[in-house]
Design a protein around this ligand. Sequence first.
Ligand code: IMP
Length: 197
Amino acid sequence: MKLVFASNNKHKIREINHILDDRITLLSLSDINILEEIPEDEPLIEGNALFKARYVYNATGLNVFADDTGLEIEALNGLPGVHSARFAGENKDSSANISKVLSMLKGITNRKARFRTVIALIFEGKEYLFEGVASGTIIDDKRGNEGFGYDPVFLPEGREFTFAQMDLSEKNKISHRAIAFEKLKEFLRQHTLSDIR
Ligand code: IMP
């Protein structure tokens, strides 16, 4: 079955291909010739995910899903949240984003944070939302070279290694995105492909 993933982020497409069954053919935005950047200006993660999915659905009529993720830091009242990608500026610079977070947390002992992913699916014209959460803490120094974004400073609850110190299959056992995508996969299994494991 063909399904559009409203993204061109190679890291994410790799992660998701790892999670979804082989019999689902994921199409990226460039695969369906949507080359413009879809705006992400909504005030909530849910709104951004829905906006992106509706944008593709309205343009193509294809089954489509979109995701949006934020890092929600308790002591910063949920920031960077929906602003995670551009927290330190429009160029989406991960190390500048990390530096900004670490400087805002200087002297603060509550380091609790969570990644939250919301997937919006439009399937046969109906809309569905799936959520995944990974809880943990923000550490002071960057550790590891895997992954992307805030991974080097995010220590998942009960773990010794940051997301950036884990390989993809390890991260996919516990990540916010993996949890949300397992829910999507289960939905697809029940609604379309009874033979998908
Ligand atoms: P997006 O909505 O998935 O594009 O995520 C927004 C921003 O959140 C990204 O640009 C990253 O800075 C951050 N982010 C999302 N997922 C992850 C992750 O798995 N690890 C680290 N940072 C992430």
